[in-house]
Write a protein that binds this ligand. Structure first.
Ligand code: KG4
Ligand code: ZN
Length: 347
């Protein structure tokens, strides 16, 4: 507690960002330190799990000190420490949870285990005080694509999920075959602005009638096949058209399914979340579709869409208010399902 404000720290290390943030009263960002390993993994074309773990180990103490220093707080003023316990890379998660448990044990500050995707969704609560459960959420990240009903701060119900690639994964693979490098999503986003989204009709996969599940691997393979056959015929390919047309195909399906979910559930709007929610074309398409239906779009600022500690702190703050603390036996769970009530796992 500091000046009557409730202070929450959030620690995130599930993939290639070592990130720690401090929030006051669940919304005010006092610090949000993100140490990205992108430059290190770039030369391998993707995240190398062992290298990620080693860098988390090196970085966490510095990121932790910096987050407290920028917040101008001491550890004793922190009310709880939230840490991502899953899903994610096993070794990477272990670094964050081991560090958080050690700090909690040494200081007596209580610990909260946080689900990474719940944190992405609850990042919306930082900037949007009007957003409260129940609501509908669209999660579009590097590892997940979900339509989720958020019934409470600790109760999440999956309405639809990808059956193969996550949308961010498809973006990254398409970027690689076009020759844009890693991480692909932001590069496809930028290049697509110079292309014609209707130049090439890539497959839009809707699955069974009324299904809220997704499938992006067919669209991704369509891009690969298009490039191969153009190469075999010696035809020149306009990379910007490929990027824009691929993006349009996946966005059409995502927006349609999100609108179906909204019609079916009757909620007042949609809370978008995850790294791909940074995508400028997706943000514009969601805003247009929701606006024309008189529905609201909640979406975090781009810096709160990709992996960060503030979203973990926001989720931990909500869980702490419900009394959902973890013990020092908190483990990490690489395949953790979003419907699992995490705090029960270490009871
Ligand atoms: O949520 P996130 O940071 O990590 C996971 O939990 O997976 O998402 C990372 C993903 C990557 O696939 C990255 O390429 C994608 O988000 N991404 C984007 C954009 N910015 C990040 N995809 C499309 N357009 C963007 N502007
Ligand atoms: Zn993430």
């Amino acid at each position: 507690m500091k000046d009557g404000k409730h202070i929450t720290m959030g620690i995130e290390s599930s993939c290639d960002e070592t990130a720690i943030a401090v929030l006051a009263d669940g919304r005010e960002i006092l610090s949000n330190v993100i140490s990205s390993q992108i430059e290190i993994h770039k030369e391998y074309g993707g995240v190398v799990p062992e290298i990620a773990s080693r860098h988390h180990l090196n970085n966490i103490p510095f990121v932790f000190q910096k987050a407290l220093r920028e917040a101008n707080l001491g550890l004793t003023e922190v009310d709880e420490i939230g840490v991502t316990a899953g899903p994610g890379l096993a070794g990477a998660l272990l670094m964050g949870t081991a560090f958080a448990k050690a700090v909690s044990a040494a200081s007596g500050v209580p610990l909260v285990g946080v689900h990474h995707i719940q944190a992405h969704i609850l990042a919306n609560t930082i900037e949007h005080p009007d957003l409260e459960p129940p609501f509908l959420s669209l999660v579009v990240s590097g590892g997940h694509t979900h339509l989720i009903e958020v019934l409470g701060y600790n109760e999440f119900k999956i309405l639809g999920a990808t059956r193969d690639d996550a949308v961010g994964e498809a973006y990254d693979k398409v970027a690689r075959v076009i020759g844009l490098g890693y991480p692909g999503g932001p590069k496809v986003d930028k290049l697509a602005k110079e292309g014609d989204p209707h130049a090439i009709e890539f497959k839009r996969v809707y699955l069974e009638k009324d299904s809220l599940d997704f499938s992006f691997s067919g669209t991704k393979t369509g891009v690969i096949n298009y490039l191969h056959s153009a190469q075999q015929r010696g035809e020149e390919v306009k990379a910007a058209d490929v990027a824009a047309s691929f993006q349009q195909a996946v966005i059409d399906v995502i927006v349609d399914k999100a609108m179906w979910a909204l019609e079916r559930t009757g909620y007042a709007g949609l809370a978008a979340a995850g790294g791909v929610a940074c995508n400028s074309a997706l943000r514009a398409a969601l805003a247009a579709a929701l606006g024309s239906r008189g529905k609201k779009l909640w979406i975090p600022s781009p810096i709160l869409c990709t992996d960060n500690g503030a979203m973990v702190a926001a989720a931990a703050y909500r869980k702490a208010r419900l009394g959902l603390f973890a013990t020092d036996r908190l483990d990490c769970f690489p395949g953790l399902n979003i419907e699992t009530q995490l705090y029960k796992l270490d009871e």
